[in-house]
Design a protein around this ligand. Structure first.
Ligand SMILES: [Zn+2]
Length: 119
């Protein structure tokens, strides 16, 4: 049996996932959850918002995510909402990249297994 150092596996995984890992490292802010943006009617009977959809107040931004088994809601201003929206998008991209990383490791592992069995 040809001797294969355990490190060979990791070296091959590092090579075949280099691009995925670079793509993950390119992200900075990642956040989970969802961002809700809506407008509201106030309680004043004579306010234009009661009848005119375009006169509704807002938009109001709310970031909703799971934390320690519960749901956390945080109101955000427009600038924060923009940051959170981009970070949620980044989070989803990183999740997709992690799934690809996992499939590459799995493929390399199974390739190795098949090689051992065919000997
Ligand atoms: Zn109003």
């Amino acid at each position: 049996m040809a001797s294969r150092k355990p490190n060979d596996f990791h070296a091959r995984v590092r090579r075949r996932t280099a691009q995925i890992r670079r793509a993950i490292a390119a992200h900075d802010a990642v956040l989970s959850g969802t961002l809700q943006t809506r407008t509201k009617r106030c309680g004043q009977a004579r306010c234009a918002c009661q009848d005119d959809p375009d006169a509704r107040h807002g938009p109001y931004h709310e970031w909703i995510r799971r934390r320690d088994g519960g749901q956390v809601n945080t109101k955000l201003d427009a600038q924060e909402a923009e940051i959170v929206a981009a970070a949620i998008e980044s989070y989803r991209e990183v999740q997709g990249l992690l799934a690809r990383w996992e499939r590459e490791v799995e493929a390399e592992l199974l390739r190795e297994e098949r090689r051992k069995r065919s000997k």
